[in-house]
Design a protein around this ligand. Structure first.
Ligand SMILES: Cc1cc2nc3c(=O)[nH]c(=O)nc-3n(C[C@H](O)[C@H](O)[C@H](O)COP(=O)(O)OP(=O)(O)OC[C@H]3O[C@@H](n4cnc5c(N)ncnc54)[C@H](O)[C@@H]3O)c2cc1C
Length: 461
């Protein structure tokens, strides 16, 4: 930041209700850290906004001074665009309030809330909207890329439940986007990532869920992985939309319900969730126990909010992470062979592979009904390299990339924008797919100068 800009920052301070964090401040080191420890950026200033008006001042300041701008929601994105070097970060982590209208079945949640903040507020009324499977993820980034989790087969993608959003645009204007107000912007926000402005508030439709749900894990040895996956494929083709099952292949963590000799060994875990009455779910999940000889299971009725946090201990911030992802419309035997081959050479104890199950309500909207285009995706795969030591970077990244190439012939060609890393090149176009040109038009209207470019970027048409 130049001296002139630093002087102007002093001016900004006069209008700013939140905290201004500068290099050298006590809070700076923790404020610049995000989920993926591979991201090591040093912003010139982190603006911890407290109000929509703080965000307006921050956007105007960055634009008027020609300073690079990043926006941090939950700070989870693997690509690390929530931080920038030498620029301004609009940090929403202090804006987490969620307000529920139980009669209207709506929630309004601020742009820095995590899934845990949202779920806690809505579950107080026995309500929920579909979000992801790790409760420390940000609502903002997840929603702007599409968003899916355990409830998606029944209630759709997160964006399918978005009713409206309050947005600070590149001109510093505060607008409401919905089906009837700025509908072009509303269309683009639902899958176009952070390209169109800073979302200060999201309004979602809610559905009755839980508060207790049938959910848990059934674990098989890796030696049975192929036949488990084959039966899983047949099972999911007929499964009701209330039921979601995700296979996870990894080294077994030291979970108390697994025999000690299994800990650290290769396993395939069927993570299951039933969105309806647990009693009705019991007989439906029974076949999952007969895919082979399970080494353990931990399935029962627990609160939805507890289930939403089940995977948090395996996904804590501060590790080094590198992902590679494809979408699939069908699962072929050849793909299972590739998956098992690469899982047998996992580069670290924390690395894992999963298929996220979509289908059902996620496939019903037309591919051009919102910016998120991948309505044909029945499964989203993620090869998740995770390790601690920077000396392992090259080896772990190579493993993920090799797997990605080996599995590509079986993929549908699409990819989920929220699972892209920072080095994906033209795959950004694949993520927006056939909606890219329309997104570029909306980008030209709302952000012709590409102020919001720290993201999987859409160039203004
Ligand atoms: C452990 C883990 C588990 C995950 N599980 C799932 C899952 O089950 N389902 C799923 O769909 N996704 C999942 N994801 C992916 C997740 O959706 C993305 O990483 C998402 O971008 C995270 O959002 P965030 O706000 O936490 O991230 P950030 O890094 O803060 O933000 C990501 C990007 O979004 C933009 N952005 C953030 N906030 C705003 C805002 N308020 N206004 C405008 N732009 C903004 C910025 O461009 C930013 O670079 C998971 C990610 C992780 C790390």
């Amino acid at each position: 930041m130049t001296e002139l800009q630093a002087a102007k920052l002093k001016e900004l301070k006069g209008n700013f209700r939140g905290a201004i964090v500068l290099p050298g401040d006590n809070a700076y080191e923790s404020a610049r850290k995000i989920w993926n420890a591979m991201i090591d950026k040093h912003p010139a200033v982190i603006l911890r906004c407290a109000t929509t008006s703080d965000i307006v001042h921050a956007v105007n300041f960055a634009r008027d001074n020609g300073i690079i701008l990043a926006v941090r929601g939950g700070g989870h994105n693997i690509a690390g665009n929530a931080m920038c070097d030498d620029g301004i970060v609009i940090d929403l982590s202090q804006m987490k309030a969620a307000r529920v209208d139980p009669d209207a079945r709506r929630v309004t949640v601020e742009g820095g809330a995590t899934l845990a903040d949202l779920d806690a507020a809505t579950q107080a009324h026995g309500l929920a909207t579909p979000v992801g499977i790790n409760s420390t993820t940000g609502v903002a980034g997840l929603t702007l890329g599409g968003g899916f989790g355990w409830l998606s087969r029944k209630y759709g993608m997160t964006i399918d439940n978005l009713e409206s959003a309050e947005v600070v645009t590149a001109t510093g204007e505060v607008v409401r986007a919905s089906a009837t107000e700025h509908p072009d912007l509303f269309w683009a926000l639902r899958g176009g990532s952070g390209n169109f402005g800073v979302v200060t508030r999201f309004e979602f439709r809610l559905h009755p869920v839980g508060p207790d749900v049938l959910s848990g894990l059934i674990v098989y040895p890796i030696s049975e992985a192929k036949r488990v996956l084959q039966q899983y494929r047949e099972f999911m083709a007929k499964a009701p939309e209330d039921l979601s099952v995700w296979p996870v292949l990894r080294h077994a963590p030291p979970l108390p319900f697994l025999p000690a000799e299994v800990h650290g060994k290769g396993v395939i875990v069927l993570a299951l969730f039933y969105a309806g009455d647990p009693k009705q779910g019991e007989p439906l999940i029974e076949p999952l126990r007969k895919f082979g000889t399970p080494t353990g299971e931990h399935v029962g009725v627990q609160s939805y909010t507890a289930w939403q946090k089940t995977f948090d201990p395996l996904l804590t911030p501060g590790s080094r992470n590198y992902w590679k992802s494809h979408n699939f419309s069908t699962l072929k035997d050849g793909l299972f062979d590739v998956v098992i081959e690469y899982v047998e050479k996992l580069p670290s104890p924390q690395s894992e592979f999963f298929f996220g199950a979509l289908g059902g309500a996620t496939t019903r909207p037309a591919p051009d009904s919102a910016a998120y285009a991948h309505r044909d995706a029945m499964f989203v795969m993620n090869f998740h390299g995770r390790w601690e030591d920077p000396a392992d970077d090259e080896r772990c990244i190579r493993w993920a990339r090799d797997f990605f190439h080996a599995s590509a012939p079986f993929a549908s060609g699409g990819v989920y924008v929220n699972f892209l890393t920072a080095d994906e090149g033209i795959r950004v176009l694949t993520a927006y797919g056939p909606n890219y040109d329309r997104l570029a038009q909306v980008k030209r209207k709302y952000d012709p100068g590409n102020l919001f470019r720290m993201n999987q970027n859409i160039k203004p048409a």
